[in-house]
Design a protein around this ligand. Structure first.
Ligand code: NAP
Ligand code: ZN
Length: 351
């Protein structure tokens, strides 16, 4: 099936239209028309080849909401017309202990990325959701609960699950003291979800410019991470800190904030970090961890949780041809708090 999308053609060229093929339906495949796609900072990292594993052309996008247009002969859970969603993975081995546990993101053979991956049957490079159509294995399709706003559901598929998963792994609930470093796409979802789980939530931002927003999102306070005096006063006050900063940075200002046995989970920077002083780690029995997205079962749990609690991201809708401006604004942390592309604005005439 021919489709159109927007692709990066090299690390330093703007995204531009691309016509490409989606595979013919396999028996366990679902085909969908993409309605909305969120814009994740990972899309920008990938377009620029910041992690060194991009290929070109590459169509980014892994916060996908669509409508089913066809199903393979063995598909049982979805029908034409259903509203479905796809996140950062489109396949895994389905046989290892992690896949059997519903933790496909940790597949022993490596999961297949929605983009920046290779099809497990043909080896072809995968292409993401900045496009009109997608074909995906049924097991990697999520159901959008009735009543959820479709456009605002899209960012739950990456920003949502990437922050929900550590909140669940570290058993956040009433009484938990949670810090969120960086108030962007992931950060603002971390705030809403932690508040939804009953935690006391502090935003750690580089200035107080987002203070009113942080409070409006439900946070209890904003702590300016560059204010050494305020940071000193907050020492030992957190059980869990979720670090969403998208670049190399120092953990030294943040580690003393953790209480004994507290954990700082890195979900932002993928790659080297600045040198870390281990004194606060050792003396405070503190921990540093990492966490990648979340499994399919947990992602469905998240969608159902958000529907029940009416938790949705704050979104700015854009046209497909505004993506390069959106990337520029994302680089300046000028997003309040997730761009979502309305795929109806991508017409065949653009390719
Ligand atoms: P985003 O919307 O751009 O938000 C990042 C936030 O970090 C900014 O709003 C800003 O908050 C802060 N920040 C930005 N530049 C900074 C700098 N130089 N120093 C310190 N803080 C800075 O990005 P996002 O979409 O949330 O993604 C964040 C990161 O998570 C990206 O690196 C992305 O690749 C990664 N990611 C990882 C996973 C995973 O599976 N672990 C999944 C999705 C995304 P303030 O203005 O409040 O300081
Ligand atoms: Zn993402």
């Amino acid at each position: 099936m021919k489709t159109i999308g927007y692709a990066a053609y090299s690390p330093d060229s703007p995204l531009a239209p691309l016509t490409f093929e989606r595979r013919a339906l396999r028996p366990d495949d679902v085909a969908m028309e993409i309605l909305y796609c969120g814009v994740c900072h990972s899309d920008l990292h990938t377009a620029h080849n910041d992690w060194g594993w991009s290929y070109y052309p590459i169509v980014p996008g892994h916060e996908i909401v669509g409508r089913v247009t066809a199903t393979g002969s063995q598909v049982t859970r979805y029908q034409v017309g259903d509203h479905v969603a796809v996140g950062c993975m489109v396949d895994s081995c389905q046989e290892c202990d992690q896949c059997h546990n519903g933790e496909e993101q940790l597949c022993r053979e490596g999961h297949t990325g929605t983009y920046c991956g290779h099809d497990r049957h043909t080896g072809e490079p995968t292409q993401g959701g900045y496009a009109k159509h997608l074909v995906v294995r049924e097991a990697f399709c999520l159901r959008v609960p009735d009543g959820l706003d479709l456009a605002r559901t899209a960012p739950l598929l990456c920003a949502g699950i990437t922050t929900y998963s550590p909140l669940r792994t570290w058993n956040v609930g009433p009484g938990s003291r949670v810090g969120v470093i960086g108030l962007g796409g992931l950060g603002h979802m971390a705030v809403k979800l932690a508040v939804g789980l009953g935690a006391d939530v502090t935003v750690l931002s580089r200035s107080n410019g987002k203070e009113a927003d942080a409070l409006a999102l439900g946070a209890d306070r904003l702590l300016v991470s560059t204010d050494a005096g305020a940071m000193n006063k907050a020492a030992n006050g957190f059980d869990l800190i979720i670090d969403t900063v998208p670049v190399k940075h120092s953990l030294d200002p943040y580690l003393p904030l953790l209480d004994v046995d507290g954990t700082l989970v890195i979900v932002g920077q993928v790659g080297p970090m600045a040198e870390t002083n281990t004194v606060p780690l050792l003396l405070g029995r503190r921990r540093v961890a990492g966490s990648p997205i979340g499994g399919i079962r947990e992602t469905q749990e998240l969608l159902d949780f958000c529907a029940k609690k009416n938790i949705l991201p704050d979104c700015e809708m854009i046209r497909m041809d505004q993506i390069n401006d959106a990337f520029e604004r994302m680089e300046k942390a000028d997003v309040r708090y997730r761009f979502v592309i309305d795929m109806a604005t991508l017409s065949d005439g653009q390719a």
